[in-house]
Design a protein around this ligand. Structure first.
Ligand SMILES: O=C([O-])CC(=O)C(=O)O
Ligand SMILES: [Mg+2]
Length: 238
């Protein structure tokens, strides 16, 4: 379908919706289970929700073995070398306008902690909407204090140094069971992560808005029966 909304207009609409509405919208178009990441992909804490366009990176297990370091200086030098390869994607992020992009990393589920409390603060400062990694996040407690928005399949203390190598930047990747192309719309909330192709997203949103409106009417009626004040989520369109 031709796109009629700007990227900003599209994201503004998606950010009012729940993944449940967007998924039902995908079902309505016959895209049943398409773009649904596996349920192992979980938020670092409750309440994380974001939407943006995929910036993809792939890391692969390294063929190289790290050598034992005799001094702290040697360690920092070796770590720097590993990082300059594994974090090639991070240098690319520094060169681009990554506002409203979601960092999607395919590590094949390997539990190296590619994201942590230091680099996630940087990506947040760069205006990225969040990060989704089929692999590990570390410094989890600090990430939550910082309110950085990460979904991952693993939590770990391991680094990617001494373990992983660059396997591609802004190429199609496999992430928690879904092929993600750069520019796909990545939507995340407490229920998980859904990937919507940009060229289908406007149709999905049209159905999803109608679905959420119907849900809000139904829940408002039930609140009334219960004599309870409706919660703020009945005001998502306000
Ligand atoms: O140092 C790294 O590359 C990963 C990490 O722990 C952080 O960003 O905090
Ligand atoms: Mg760290």
């Amino acid at each position: 379908m031709a796109t009629t909304m700007t990227d900003k207009e599209l994201l503004a609409k998606i950010r009012k919706l729940r993944l449940a509405d967007l998924s039902d919208g995908m079902d309505a178009l016959g895209l049943v289970n398409v773009g649904s990441m596996s349920t192992e992909m979980r938020p670092l804490r409750p309440g994380i929700a974001f939407a943006g366009f995929a910036f993809t990176a792939k890391l692969v297990p390294s063929q190289r073995k790290g050598q034992p370091c005799k001094t702290v200086e040697e360690y920092f030098e070796a770590n720097g070398e590993w990082c300059s390869d594994a974090y090639s994607f991070s240098r690319q992020i520094d060169k681009e306008d990554v506002t409203d992009r979601v960092l999607v990393i395919d590590m094949g589920g390997y539990p190296g902690g590619v994201l942590g409390s230091d680099n996630m603060l940087h990506y947040k400062a760069k205006g990225m909407a969040g990060a989704v990694v089929d692999g590990g996040c570390r410094d989890s407690y600090e990430c939550n204090l910082e309110e950085v928005d990460v979904f991952c399949t693993k939590r770990t203390f391991h680094h990617v140094s001494f373990r992983m190598s660059n396997g591609g930047i802004n190429v199609p990747v496999e992430c928690a069971g879904v092929t993600v192309n750069p520019g796909d719309v990545i939507c995340a909330d407490d229920d998980g992560v859904l990937v919507i192709p940009r060229d289908r997203a406007e149709e999905v949103v049209e159905f999803a808005i109608a679905i959420l409106e119907a849900d809000q009417k139904a829940r408002a009626a039930k609140y009334k029966v219960l004599g309870m004040e409706p919660d703020y989520t009945l005001n998502r369109f306000a």
